[in-house]
Design a protein around this ligand. Structure first.
Ligand code: 15L
Length: 264
């Protein structure tokens, strides 16, 4: 299988490059900027997602894409629009034109950030984005569904929680994702024969989870890492944080409280 990973110079991409090296015979990397530590045996195609010609070059000859490119936090509309709306559409359209069979899309928990923490959600509830960034992730899931059902692409959207070696606060105890568990989810998206248009939560084995990840378990996902193993450290870090009435109520945390002015 010939695989392309976009966003290869980003936080998740950089880590995944190492963890996934050697799994696929072709593992092409792409990003706006060349990764500083690019090795001689790594294939790299520089591409701005907002420029479809450049994206077309990056996807040429590829069977499956891990789409981690784009802007990964809240930003002004111009930035989100270029990188995550136009960029995401370009990625899927170029992939379709090139006959790419599978895309694994890095969605985010912020597509559903405005669900309260006391509510456990699966994948059937409507999106509740908590930011312009979250809106762009909901858009990406919709674009994925369009290419899946209209054009027969096999698409997996991963609503990634917090990707890190260990959970860093109380919220992250519920949404933490260990890098190795992400690799497992990505491989299911690229390899499982029954993938159609799936949404999985990108979370490890978290006792306090707010998400029902049955959709991923059905495809054989077995997270290997437990957030509670880091409980004491995460809670100690939480104690250093200021109280945030809105952010502590909703799943999306500070993405919800930023710019918040609802009186309802
Ligand atoms: C995300 O989607 C971001 O990419 C990441 O930087 C974190 O903010 C994460 O969500 C989170 O919710 O912790």
């Amino acid at each position: 299988m010939k695989v392309l990973m976009t966003g290869a110079a980003g936080g998740i991409g950089t880590r995944l490059r190492t963890l996934m090296k050697g799994i696929y015979p072709t593992f092409r990397l792409s990003d706006l900027h060349r990764p500083k530590d690019l090795a001689n045996d790594e294939e790299f195609v520089q591409a701005d997602l907002a420029d479809i010609k450049q994206v077309t070059r990056a996807v040429e000859g590829i069977d499956g894409i891990i789409h981690f490119g784009g802007f990964s936090v809240e930003g002004d509309w111009g930035t989100i629009h270029q990188a995550n709306i136009i960029g995401c559409y370009n990625l899927f359209e170029a992939a379709h034109q090139a006959g790419v069979k599978r895309v694994v899309f890095a969605s985010s928990n912020h597509a559903v950030g405005f669900y309260p923490r006391r509510r456990k959600i699966g994948i059937d509830e409507p999106v509740r984005p908590d930011s312009r960034y979250g809106v762009s992730k909901a858009f990406g899931e919709a674009v994925g569904a369009f290419y899946a059902y209209k054009h027969g692409m096999r698409v997996t959207s991963l609503r990634i929680g917090n990707f890190a070696d260990h959970p860093v606060d109380q919220r992250r105890l519920a949404i933490w994702l260990h890098p190795e568990d992400l690799v497992q989810l990505v491989r299911i998206g690229l390899e499982h024969p029954d993938i159609r248009n799936e949404i999985f939560y990108g979370a490890s084995d978290n006792e306090r989870a707010w998400w029902d990840n049955e959709s991923a378990f059905r495809f054989g996902y077995k997270p290997q890492h437990k957030a509670e193993d880091y409980r004491d450290h995460a809670l100690a870090e939480q104690a250093k944080l200021p109280h945030d009435a809105i952010g502590d109520w909703y799943q999306g945390g500070t993405f919800c409280s930023a710019e918040y002015d609802s009186e309802l």
